[in-house]
Design a protein around this ligand. Structure first.
Ligand code: GDP
Ligand code: MN
Length: 387
C-alpha cells in the first residue's frame, strides 16, 4: 500500500521529524485560501502515487497569488506524465500547498527492506534531490548504508556514521538530522514499511534541517494491524480491477500483454507467465484464485479478467489440490453462460477431480473453450489464439 506525500509527512512529523507547514486542497479556490494562510513563498505540489513530479512540472514554487492560481489550475487540469507514470499519465485530484524553503543542500535518506540481508537498511546520500536514481547508477559510492538489526533498530554509532556521511558538522544540524533519521526508522518499524524515504531532506540557508518530500510503501500483509494506515487508504488511486479482486479475496495483477491468466497459486502464476513468454506471448494480467476458491469466486475472477479490454485470449491453468478441478469447470461453464466468452479460453486442468471436470466441460460443449493436454500445449494454443 502507498500513501500520498501529505500523509507521509504527517507520519514523519508525528515521529518527530521537522516538516514545513502545509495544507492539502482539492480546488483552485482552496489553494488560494491556503496560500493566504501560509503566505509569501509556497510550493504547490501534485499529490499522486508517482515520483518525478518536479521534472514533470507538478512541483512549482510560487511567489504570489497569481502564480499559485496558474500552478493549481495547471495541475488539477492536466494529467501528470513522468518517468514513473507511463505515457497515459495520471489525473491529479489533490494538491499540497507547503511553505517553501530556501535550499542550501539537498540530501537523500531512506530506509528499505534488504531482502538479501533480511533486515532494514538505511541509505543516505549528499547528492539528494531529483537525480538520485542516476546517482545510484553512476556513482553508487555516493550512497552510504547502514544495516539495522531488526530488534535493535538504529543504534547511536550508526546514526552518527550516517549523519557524518551527509557532511553535517554543526552541532544543531547534527542533532536535527539524527532526529530525522530516528523518525524515519521509527515510522518504518512502527507501520511495517517496505520503504520510507525522504528526498530531499534539506539544509536551509538559515541552517535548519527539514524534510520536504516523503514517500512510503507499506507491507500489504501488515496493514490489517494499522488502523491509521487503513484510514489513509485512497481507493481512487488504485487499479480498479485489482481492488475488485481484493474484495473477493483474489489476487489480480495487471500487466501489459494480451493473454489473461487465471491460475491458482503464485508459483503457478509465475510459471504460467514464463511459459507464455517462452512461446512468444505476453500476459495481460494474472489472477490467482488461491487454494480454496468457490464457484462464485471463480466466476468473479472471469468477470475481472474479461473486463480488461487488452485481453484477447485467456489461459486457465489450474492444478487441483485443495481447489478442485470440477469446481473450476463448473465456474467456467457458469461464467460462459452468464457473461458469455467472446474470446478463446484455453483450459489446462490437472489434479483433484480432473476426470469429472473434463466430462463437465465436454457435456457443456462451449465453443470458446479450448482444452489443452498439458501446460506447453496450453501455452502454445493461447499464443496461437492471440497471434
Ligand atoms: P519529486 O520530484 O516528485 O521528488 O518532488 P519533490 O517534492 O522532491 O520536489 C522536487 C524538487 O523541487 C526538489 O528536489 C527541490 O529541488 C524542489 N523543491 C521542492 N520544494 C521546494 C521548496 O520549498 N523550495 C525550493 N527552493 N525548492 C523546492
Ligand atoms: Mn522528491
Amino acid at each position: 500500500m502507498k500513501v500520498h506525500e501529505y500523509q507521509a509527512r504527517e507520519l514523519l512529523e508525528e515521529c518527530g521529524a521537522p516538516v514545513p507547514p502545509s495544507k492539502v486542497v482539492e480546488t483552485v479556490d482552496q489553494a488560494l485560501s491556503a496560500y493566504d494562510e501560509i503566505g509569501q513563498m509556497v510550493v504547490v505540489k501534485a499529490q499522486v502515487f508517482a515520483g518525478g513530479r518536479g521534472k514533470a512540472g507538478f512541483v512549482k514554487l510560487c511567489n504570489n497569488r497569481d502564480e499559485v492560481k496558474t500552478a493549481a489550475e495547471f495541475m488539477l487540469g492536466n494529467r501528470m506524465v513522468s518517468k514513473q507514470t507511463g505515457p497515459e499519465g495520471i489525473a491529479v485530484k489533490k494538491l499540497l500547498i507547503a511553505s517553501a524553503v530556501d535550499i542550501e543542500s539537498e540530501y537523500y535518506v531512506a530506509v528499505v527492506l534488504d531482502r538479501t540481508k533480511r533486515c532494514p537498511v538505511v541509505m543516505v546520500s549528499r547528492e539528494g534531490g531529483v537525480e538520485i536514481e542516476e546517482v545510484a547508477e553512476k556513482n553508487p559510492d555516493a550512497i552510504v548504508k547502514q544495516w539495522l538489526d531488526p530488534h535493535l533498530g538504529l543504534v547511536n554509532f550508526q546514526a552518527a556514521r550516517l549523519v557524518s556521511a551527509l557532511g553535517l558538522k554543526e552541532k544543531s544540524q547534527v542533532k536535527s538530522a539524527t532526529k530525522v533519521l530516528r523518525a524515519l526508522v521509527d515510522v518504518f518499524y512502527k507501520y511495517d514499511c517496505a520503504l520510507a524515504e525522504i528526498n530531499p531532506l534539506v539544509l536551509t540557508r538559515g541552517g535548519d534541517i527539514l524534510a520536504i518530500d516523503a514517500k512510503m510503501n507499506f507491507d500489504d500483509n501488515a496493514t490489517f494491524r494499522h488502523k491509521r494506515l487503513q484510514e489513509m487508504f485512497d481507493p481512487s488511486e488504485e487499479n480498479p480491477a485489482e481492488l475488485r479482486a481484493k474484495e473477493h479475496d483474489l489476487t489480480y495483477i495487471a500487466l501489459d500483454g494480451n493473454i489473461g491468466c487465471l491460475v491458482n497459486g503464485a508459483g503457478l502464476a509465475m510459471s504460467t507467465m514464463d511459459i507464455i513468454k517462452l512461446h512468444g506471448g505476453e500476459p495481460a494480467n494474472f489472477l490467482d484464485v488461491g487454494g480454496s476458491v468457490t464457484k462464485e469466486g471463480a466466476i468473479e475472477a472471469f468477470r475481472i479478467i474479461l473486463s480488461d479490454e487488452k485481453v484477447r485470449g485467456v489461459l486457465v491453468n489450474i492444478f487441483g489440490g485443495i481447489a478442485k478441478c470440477d469446481t473450476i469447470a463448473e465456474a467456467l461453464i457458469a461464467a460462459a453462460n452468464e457473461i458469455g466468452f467472446k474470446i478463446p479460453v484455453v483450459v489446462r486442468l490437472e489434479g483433484t477431480n480432473v476426470e469429472r471436470a473434463r466430462e463437465l466441460l465436454k457435456e457443456a460443449n462451449i465453443d470458446a473453450l479450448i482444452p489443452a493436454d498439458d501446460l506447453t500445449d496450453a501455452a502454445k494454443k493461447a499464443c496461437a489464439q492471440v497471434a
